[in-house]
Design a protein around this ligand. Structure first.
Ligand SMILES: C[S@@+](CC[C@H](N)C(=O)[O-])C[C@H]1O[C@@H](n2cnc3c(N)ncnc32)[C@H](O)[C@@H]1O
Length: 198
């Protein structure tokens, strides 16, 4: 298992082969895939924030979404850009801190797989305010984060009631108890997948 210092994202992405990162998923996350199918989501603009290795952004582009992919780490964005070129897909990449976002465009969808749960508790309010303002009216937010039931590998984990508490600005449609596994049959690490609407 690789040792990770999550207080320095540049170092994480500079030193480590992204395929060795515990969150690396070469396929589209199965919860995101099912959320898109369940709500018959129209393939329009989506912001994939905290995009990391870029695999989720690439898979969303292949499905027909117009993807903007942002991450606080320049190294992550550079690696993801190379992968997108290799996969022959067009993505609008941005080095951007969601807590001080410079993105001025609005999106029909925002997808966050594993960014909210790495933020410190005092940063959550700013995150929610910024994500809310980056969404178009009636836009969807897909949020995947660790569950409070997961005892290993996590910065922060959440109870469904905490998600309801933090995301009061949104209408919560689903809170699904799930996992961060690549294979749906494997039940660990325990996660929540939340679908919300502005
Ligand atoms: C656990 S990783 C998940 C990466 C990616 N979403 C995936 O599923 O492969 C969390 C990501 O959030 C990014 N991140 C952390 N803080 C951020 C912030 N304030 N703004 C934007 N991205 C941030 C990190 O650089 C990292 O790539």
């Amino acid at each position: 298992m690789v040792e990770l210092d999550l207080s320095d994202w540049e170092k994480v992405y500079k030193k480590i082969n992204v395929k060795k990162l515990p969150w690396f998923n070469p396929k589209l996350d199965f919860d995101i895939q099912e959320g898109i199918e369940k709500y018959s989501i129209k393939k329009s603009s989506i912001l994939n924030l905290g995009e990391g290795p870029g695999t989720q952004a690439i898979e969303l582009t292949k499905l027909g979404f117009k993807v903007t992919a942002s991450d606080i780490s320049k190294n992550a964005i550079e690696k993801a850009k190379k992968l997108a070129i290799k996969k022959k897909v067009k993505i609008d990449f941005k080095v951007d801190d969601i807590l001080d976002t410079k993105i001025r465009k609005k999106f029909d969808y925002i997808s966050d797989r594993g960014c909210f749960h790495v933020l410190d508790p005092e940063q959550r309010e700013t995150y929610i305010k910024n994500v809310h303002s980056l969404l178009n009216k009636k836009g969807y937010l897909f949020l995947k984060c660790f569950s409070h039931k997961e005892k290993s590998l996590k910065p922060y984990g959440f109870r469904p009631s905490e998600i309801e508490f933090y995301f009061k600005k949104f209408k919560i449609l689903d809170i699904i108890e799930t996992s961060f596994s690549i294979d749906k049959k494997k039940k660990k690490p325990l996660a929540l997948f939340v679908i919300m609407k502005k």
